[in-house]
Structure formats: structure tokens, C-alpha cells
Design a protein around this ligand. Structure first.
Ligand code: MGD
Ligand code: MGD
Ligand code: MO
Length: 803
């Protein structure tokens, strides 16, 4: 989230699209209700199903799953055509006025630079025109045909209300009504907040769904504002912490990137990751990259990391391709993986195409699961009849189950969606032989290190040189790890005048004190400030809220620097005056910036033309994404890989995302609408948490068994009644389930045909105390988003029959 949970109460309009917050985030959803009750906010829901969120909304309209880019691009067109934008904001704070290269183009579904053989783009042309100093050229009058504004207008011009209706199936009058609701928040004193989660991310166009919404927020002037922003409602309680700490295959902590094999030395790596400022005088905060990186290496390797050995750069692995989970299971299924350590993950249940996952695990020599519970993954080799039809005698994988604690059995911090690091204390000791995850991993690490020390082996340095300074090496305390993530001074840190900012050995209080000369260490630069000389800031519990806007600066600690609303410079106009006095976050008081949040800005006074989006080298919100997205600098509608239409009404030659993550065998496993005519979509229920709570009797009683939801019209056509047993199949397998016949899912008219959706909740399997049965992911396709590789769990093709 650029904003945070409590801040949702400040919105005038809440749009739940691509999520079902009342069901999946019932506690945080109270802030949407607060906005309705105390702020007279309107709540609108756009979802293929009439959900629990829709049941308390002011307005609901359906959409075909996988078509939100068409819908949101239609909203962009509406806002531009009807001049419902914050013009001053767009001109001053977005890249609307920057000029794009002449050789950038878009034609028949493809942007310039497509490499058809490798399914990816060369992004060279997706860039600005640069002047002789390397700065982007700009036309502040927005007249130049190559400025982002005019290219954007041209790009979205195709998404008329008729086209939106034809692709999404949303009734045109409903679509216009949504546009009108959103348009109202272009006023300076109105904001909208979109609450989204997997209904947007679990598509082959997931990242672009979110980007299209972010562009709407920029046009409305809602970024940086209290009650505005881009707000992902995250899933597992600490999944925000997972990304913060870089637990993705190409990442390092603090959103740094792991070097690639094209960056064989430190200079090349730092050059590739330290952006050049694109407009004169901008903050371009990522220009500090070397300080963050060197401090990380000092945290990893301590005294072993020295300038002479490039801070241990050679010890870092270099990636050749992304090892996301799709890629990894693909390699496993090709027999290229010997052993797999599976920690807090149940891929047999949670990953797409269960048959492929089970087949892949069968090719391992050994599998280690680290989990408090028994899982379908740890028992993948067992035959469970129809629901796991394997022959154990043919599976040679040796499985080791290491029982771990769960979150309530240890101290630690959890980062919530609003970037707050909240410290928690353990509620109980772990039962039986269970050990904390840290203890298990330390145990493995220390034994491996001992073996490397004794036997050598390939590249022993990266293991042998790792610093490991914990009181009990086998069991690092969460407090020790938290202090290490924050970082400390290894020598006195001085300012340019020689004043001591941090004394040798002291915890750092800000990342502004990080250095690239080896005098500071920090395990995750964005966490610097969370554990200072004043102690553990994450444990603070002062909920004083003097402004009433919910910016409780004394409650826990938010990265970066306890700032609650990112890009808050944009909450004030170019002269430094808040767009809306009721939502004042920061203000220029004539001599300095002050207010109720930590300014997200340099100290530069208004008029100095420094852009508020300080992490971008041009300082501006990007309506045209120059180098980030895999499938294009503008969002474009592509169909799901399994589309009920069999075509893309906009460009039949390019049906689905041309840069999506997909492998050859999985393309062959895609089904077509002739055999599988209905759209399957999967989701969760309040009464269960994924695949754990089927082990708990109370949860099992409230939702005892697998069911699927079928609209009345389709049910009638197929002769299916409420409570009948049905078989739902895709080209990859089938499940059996109870039918729930419902008015909540409508038949939509799309591109001249009827489209029916079948709703499939995900929580059951063949273990636990709930009724045993099938795994929903038997049905889903093994294909992922082009940028994040998130699987397409929300739109695929199925058939349904009464059993
Ligand atoms: N009780 C409970 N709470 C949970 C979880 C749980 O298992 N149980 N899981 C947690 C986790 S890890 C996560 S990630 C979150 C997920 O939170 P959500 O994303 O809110 O949960 P989902 O149920 O997957 O539902 C998404 C909604 O998106 C809709 N949808 C599907 N496709 C589309 C589409 O193309 N466009 C639009 N506009 N909508 C679409 C679905 O109909 C569904 O209503 O929930 C978290 N909260
Ligand atoms: N079809 C379909 N598939 C989906 C989704 C969907 O919407 N549709 N949603 C996807 C999403 S968003 C998610 S997040 C995944 C979830 O998928 P998983 O993460 O695989 O599933 P979980 O059941 O949440 O958790 C995995 C295991 O973590 C264990 N665990 C809990 N606490 C701890 C701990 O402290 N330490 C360790 N070591 N283990 C612990 C639990 O016992 C559980 O067995 O499913 C994904 N799969
Ligand atoms: Mo999730």
C-alpha cells in the first residue's frame, strides 16, 4: 500500500475491484465501513460474482474475469474525454509532458521491439527522447504529438463504452455509472481508494491490471493523498515482509536486485542498478543504490567484505533466468532438480495443475518439508483414490518432515499491507519436537558450513564467509535478526562538516546515514529506523491521532522512516499548499516542510520544480512506464490464456499476453471453449485459511466440504439442482463437488455469445478433519503473469456435468 489500512476511512469513494475484502480481509474492511458511516463514502464493487463485499455496497456490477484492463482503460478514456482530471497535478507531477522516442510504436496488439522467438520485448524504444545532457525532452504545453499525454490519449481511444461492454460483459449503463462515481473524485477535495488483491493479480496480465488503476489515480490526483493511493490488500499476514526482505529469486533485501550473469563485476552491476537522473534537479533516490548495496554486503559478510574484494560481490549467485516457482517446478518436472526444501508452502494444494506438481515432486531424490502441519505436499506419494491417483511403489522420492512452530509460537515483527512493522510476542510454546523456522534453518546452515569447511566443494566462500554473530548460533533470537536488519555503524559516521551522525557500534536511526565505504551495515535498508539507539520502534503502541486522519506516528513503525503515506509531497500543490485543507499531510510553512506525516521529499522549497515521485529518476508519476513492465509501457487488453472467446476482439492476431510466463508442454495442456465452454474462477472463504484450517474442527464444521457455485441459468440448462454432486473438469483433470445454484453469478453477453462462470472455492484436500476430497488446483493452468509470474488462477476454462 502507498497508504495504510486506517487511511481507507478518509476516502470518499471505495472501489473494490479484483478482491473481496469483506470476505478475505474482514478485519481491515472495517475501515471501508468507517468511511461509509463517518465520511458518507460510497462503496462500489466490480466482480464476476456478487460477493459478501457487494452485499454491503452502494453499487455492484459484474465483469467477465480477466478483462479489467479493458474496463479501466475505458475509465481512462472517460476521464480524459470529459475532462475529469486534476489538470494541474497531471501537468506538474506526472510524465504527461515528456516526449517519447520517435521509434516507439503500437500496432495490432504489439508494441515495438517484440522478439517473437523468445516471447519477450527489447524495450529500447520504450523510452524518452533525451537531450544532449541525457535529460528527457519535455513539452509543458502538451502539444507535441510525441508527448506521453497525446500517446496515452491515442492508446486508450479504442476503449469506448461499447468496446468495454463487448469485452467485459458489463452493462454499458453500469459502466458509465462507475465512470461517473470515479470522475467525481477528480475534485481537489475528493479521493478514491481502490481495494484489490488476487482478482487483479492472478492473471497473465496481473501487474498491468494494477498499473491501469494507478494511472487512473494519477489522472485524478489521488496519489499521495490521504484516502487515495494504490492499496494492495496483501494475503498472508507477513507477505509484505517477504517481498521487503527480497525472498524472490531475482531480489535482494530492500528491493535491491540480485546480480545477473550479465553483470560479472561490481562496477557493471552498480551501473546497471543506479539510475541516472532524467530531469534536472530531481531527488532520484535510487542514486543511493551503492550505499544500500555495500551496507547489505557488510551485513552478510562482515569483515570478510572489503573494498579490495569488491565487498564480496563474487560470492553472490548470478542469475541466468528467473527461478520463480513456475520455472522451478518446470525444471523439477524435467528431472533437473534433485532435492527440494519446502518451507511453509503446500504446492500440491496451492500451485496450479496439481498433476504436474505431483509428477514433478516424484522426480526428486529428496523432499524436505518444514511445516507445523502434515500437508498434501508431504504426502504427495500417497494414493487417495480419485483425488490423488498415484502409484507409491513407483515414487522414489525420500520425504523428510521437519515440524516447525507457527507465528503465534515465536516473537517477531510482521509487516502488514500498510508497511507497518508491528512487533508481536509469542503466545505459547511449540508442542512436541517442533522448532522455530530460524532454528531449523540455522541448524541446516551450520552443518552445511561445517561440511564445506571440512570438505571444500564448489564455491565454499559464500557459505564460509557469511557472518553469523548470534549469542546462540543454533538459535538466533528474532531481536538479534531485527537489529541486524536495521543496521549499525561500523565506524563513526560523519556528516560533511565532520559532525558525528552515528557512533561506531551504534544502531542506525535512518538510512540517510548509510555509506558505501564499508562503515555501515544494514540487512534491509528500508528497515533502517526500526530498531534505533532508542530501542525497538516496532513495539511502540501509542495510538494518539491528533489530526484524526489515522496517521498514528507513535504506533509501531512504518517503512520508510516511519512515513505513513508515500509520495505525500503530491498531497500539496506545486506551491506547497495542500489540495484539500481537511486532508493536510504536509505543508510548506514558508521556511520548511512540516505536518502530520514524515515528508516524502527533499527539503527543497516549492517552485524548485522537484517532482514528488522521488524514487523515479524523472521525479514524476508514470503514465508511460519507460523500462519496467514486461509487456508494454501502456496497458493493453489481452485475453486469459484459456479464453471463452477463442479470440481477442481488439486484435485477433495477438490473443493473450505475448510476454507471459508459459512453457511448451503447458501450452499444449490448454483447453479450448468447444470442450470446456465455461469460465472457472477460484477464490477463498472467510471460514477457512487456505489449506491449514481444514485441520481445525470448528472451521471444518462451518464449511465442511468442497462446493462450486453455478448461476441459475446455466444450472437449468445443465439440469443441475442445488446440492447435486457435479464433476468440474478442465483439460488437466477434474474435481467432484456439491453444486450451489445461485443468483449471485450471472450469465454475461460477451462478443456476441453467452459467457457463464463457475465459482470454485479452494480450501479442501485429502488431509484434515474436513470432508476429504479433491484439490481445486487440479483444474488450473500452469501459466503466469509476465512480470510477477503469478499463476492465472482466476480465469480458465472448465466444463460441468451432473454426476
Ligand atoms: N478467511 C481467509 N482470508 C484470507 C485468506 C484465506 O485463505 N482465508 N487468504 C489470504 C490471502 S493469502 C490472500 S492473497 C487474500 C486474497 O484476497 P482476495 O483477492 O480478496 O480473495 P479471493 O477470494 O481470491 O478473491 C478475489 C475476488 O476477485 C474476484 N475476481 C476474480 N477474477 C476477477 C477479475 O478478473 N476481475 C475482477 N474485478 N474480479 C475478479 C473473485 O470473484 C473474488 O471475489 O486473502 C487473504 N485472506
Ligand atoms: N486456485 C487457486 N490457488 C491459489 C490461490 C487462489 O486464489 N486460487 N491463491 C494463492 C495464494 S494468494 C496463496 S498465498 C497460496 C497459499 O499457498 P500456501 O502458502 O502453499 O498455503 P498455506 O496453506 O497458506 O500455507 C502453507 C503451509 O504453511 C504452514 N505454516 C504456517 N505457519 C508456519 C510457520 O510459521 N512456519 C512454517 N514453516 N510453516 C508454517 C501451514 O501449516 C501450511 O501447511 O495459494 C495460492 N493458490
Ligand atoms: Mo496470497
Amino acid at each position: 500500500m502507498t497508504n495504510h489500512w486506517v487511511d481507507i476511512k478518509n476516502a470518499n469513494l471505495i472501489i473494490v475491484m479484483g478482491g473481496n475484502a469483506a470476505e478475505a480481509h474482514p478485519v481491515g474492511f472495517r475501515w471501508a465501513m468507517e468511511a461509509k458511516i463517518h465520511n458518507k463514502a460510497k462503496l462500489i464493487v466490480i466482480d464476476p460474482r456478487f460477493t459478501r463485499t457487494a452485499s454491503v455496497a452502494d453499487f455492484y456490477t459484474p465483469i467477465r474475469s480477466g478483462t479489467d484492463i479493458a474496463f479501466l482503460s475505458g475509465v481512462l478514456l472517460y476521464l480524459i474525454t470529459n475532462n475529469k482530471i486534476n489538470r494541474e497535478y497531471v501537468e506538474a507531477y506526472t510524465n504527461a509532458s515528456l516526449l517519447v522516442r520517435e521509434d516507439f510504436s503500437f500496432d495490432d496488439g504489439l508494441f515495438s521491439g517484440y522478439d517473437a522467438e523468445n516471447h519477450k520485448y527489447d524495450k529500447t524504444t520504450w523510452n524518452y527522447q533525451l537531450d544532449e545532457n541525457g535529460f528527457a525532452k519535455r513539452d509543458v504545453t502538451l502539444q507535441d504529438p510525441r508527448c506521453v499525454w497525446n500517446l496515452l490519449k491515442q492508446h486508450v481511444s479504442r476503449y469506448t463504452p461499447e468496446v468495454v461492454n463487448n469485452i467485459c460483459g458489463t452493462p454499458t449503463e453500469d459502466f458509465i455509472k462507475v465512470c461517473e462515481y470515479i470522475a467525481e473524485t477528480s475534485a481537489n477535495d475528493k479521493t478514491a481508494s481502490f481495494l484489490y488483491a488476487l482478482g487483479w493479480t492472478q492473471h497473465t496480465v496481473g501487474a498491468q491490471n494494477i498499473r491501469t488503476m494507478a494511472m487512473i489515480q494519477l489522472l485524478l490526483g489521488n496519489m499521495g493523498m490521504a484516502g487515495g493511493g494504490v492499496n494492495a490488500l496483501r494475503g498472508h499476514s507477513n507477505i509484505q515482509g517477504l517481498t521487503d526482505l527480497g525472498l524472490l529469486s531475482q531480489s535482494l533485501p530492500g528491493y535491491l536486485t540480485l546480480p545477473s550473469e550479465k553483470q560479472p563485476d561490481l562496477d557493471t552491476y552498480l551501473k546497471a542498478n543506479t539510475p541516472k537522473t532524467l530531469l534536472p534537479g530531481q531527488v532520484n533516490y535510487w542514486s543511493n543504490y551503492p550505499k544500500f548495496f555495500v551496507s547489505l554486503m557488510k551485513s552478510f559478510y562482515g569483515d570478510k567484505a572489503q573494498k579490495e574484494n569488491n565487498w564480496g560481490f563474487d560470492w553472490l549467485p548470478k542469475w541466468d533466468k528467473g527461478y520463480d516457482v513456475l520455472q522451478y517446478f518446470e525444471m523439477m518436472s524435467q528431472g533437473k532438480v534433485n532435492g527440494y526444501l519446502c518451507q511453509g508452502f503446500n504446492p500440491v494444494a496451492s500451485f496450479p495443475n496439481k498433476h504436474k506438481v505431483v509428477d514433478a515432486l516424484s522426480k526428486l531424490k529428496f523432499l524436505v518439508t518444514i511445516d507445523p502441519l502434515n500437508t498434501e505436499t508431504a504426502t504427495f506419494w500417497q494414493n487417495h483414490g480419485e483425488s490423488n491417483d498415484v502409484d507409491p511403489s513407483k515414487i522414489m522420492t525420500e520425504v523428510f518432515r521437519l515440524p516447525s512452530t507457527c507465528f503465534a509460537e515465536e516473537n517477531g515483527s510482521i509487516v502488514n499491507s500498510g508497511r507497518w512493522l508491528q512487533w508481536h510476542w509469542k503466545g505459547a510454546d511449540a508442542p512436541g519436537e517442533a522448532l522455530g523456522d530460524g532454528e531449523i534453518l540455522s541448524g541446516l546452515f551450520l552443518r552445511l558450513r561445517e561440511m564445506y569447511g571440512r570438505e571444500g566443494g564448489a564455491l565454499p566462500e559464500q557459505v564460509l564467509n557469511m557472518s553469523w554473530n548470534y549469542l546462540i548460533p543454533d538459535a538466533p533470537a528474532p531481536e538479534e535478526v531485527a537489529m541486524e536488519n536495521n543496521g549499525k555503524a561500523l565506524a563513526d559516521v560523519l556528516d560533511p562538516e565532520g559532525k558525528v551522525l552515528a557512533k561506531k557500534g551504534e544502531q542506525l536511526s535512518t538510512f540517510a546515514h548509510l555509506r558505501d565505504d564499508g562503515t555501515t551495515a544494514s540487512g534491509c535498508w528500508i528497515f533502517a529506523g526500526s530498531w534505533t539507539p532508542a530501542g525497538n520502534q516496532m513495539a511502540r503502541r501509542d495510538n494518539a491521532d491528533p489530526s484524526g486522519l489515522g496517521n498514528t506516528l507513535g504506533w509501531a513503525w512504518a517503512w520508510p522512516l516511519n512515513r505513513r503515506i508515500l509520495y505525500n509531497r503530491a498531497s500539496a500543490d506545486p506551491a506547497g499548499k495542500p489540495w484539500d485543507a481537511k486532508r493536510q499531510l504536509i505543508e510548506w510553512d514558508g521556511t520548511k516542510w512540516s505536518g502530520i506525516d514524515i515528508p516524502d521529499y527533499s527539503a527543497a522549497p516549492p517552485g524548485s520544480d522537484v517532482g514528488p515521485f522521488i524514487m523515479q529518476p524523472e521525479g514524476m508519476g508514470r503514465l508511460f512506464a519507460i523500462d519496467k513492465m514486461a509487456e508494454g509501457p501502456f496497458p493493453e487488453h489481452y485475453e486469459p490464456f484459456e479464453t471463452p472467446l477463442g479470440t481477442n476482439p481488439l486484435h485477433p492476431n495477438v490473443v493473450s499476453n505475448p510476454a507471459a510466463r508459459v512453457f511448451k508442454d503447458d501450452l499444449a495442456a490448454m483447453g479450448k471453449a468447444d470442450k470446456f465452454p465455461y469460465v472457472g474462477t477460484t477464490y477463498r472463504l472467510t471460514e477457512h485459511f487456505h489449506y491449514w484450517t481444514k485441520h481445525s474442527l470448528i472451521n471444518a464444521i462451518t464449511q465442511p466440504q468442497q462446493f462450486v457455485e453455478i448461476g441459475e441459468k446455466l444450472a437449468e440448462k445443465k439440469g443441475i439442482k442445488n446440492g447435486d454432486l457435479v464433476k468440474v473438469s478442465s483439460n488437466r483433470g477434474f474435481i467432484k463437488a456439491k453444486a450451489v445454484v445461485t443468483k449471485r453469478i450471472r450469465t454475461l453477453q460477451v462478443n456476441g455469445q453467452d459467457v457463464d462462470t463457475i465459482g470454485i472455492p479452494i480450501h479442501w484436500g485429502y488431509l484434515g478433519v474436513a470432508r476429504k476430497g479433491f484439490i481445486a488446483n487440479t483444474l488450473t493452468p500452469f501459466v503466469g503473469d509476465a512480470n510477477t509470474q503469478t499463476p492465472e488462477f482466476k480465469a480458465f476454462l472448465v466444463n460441468v456435468e451432473k454426476v
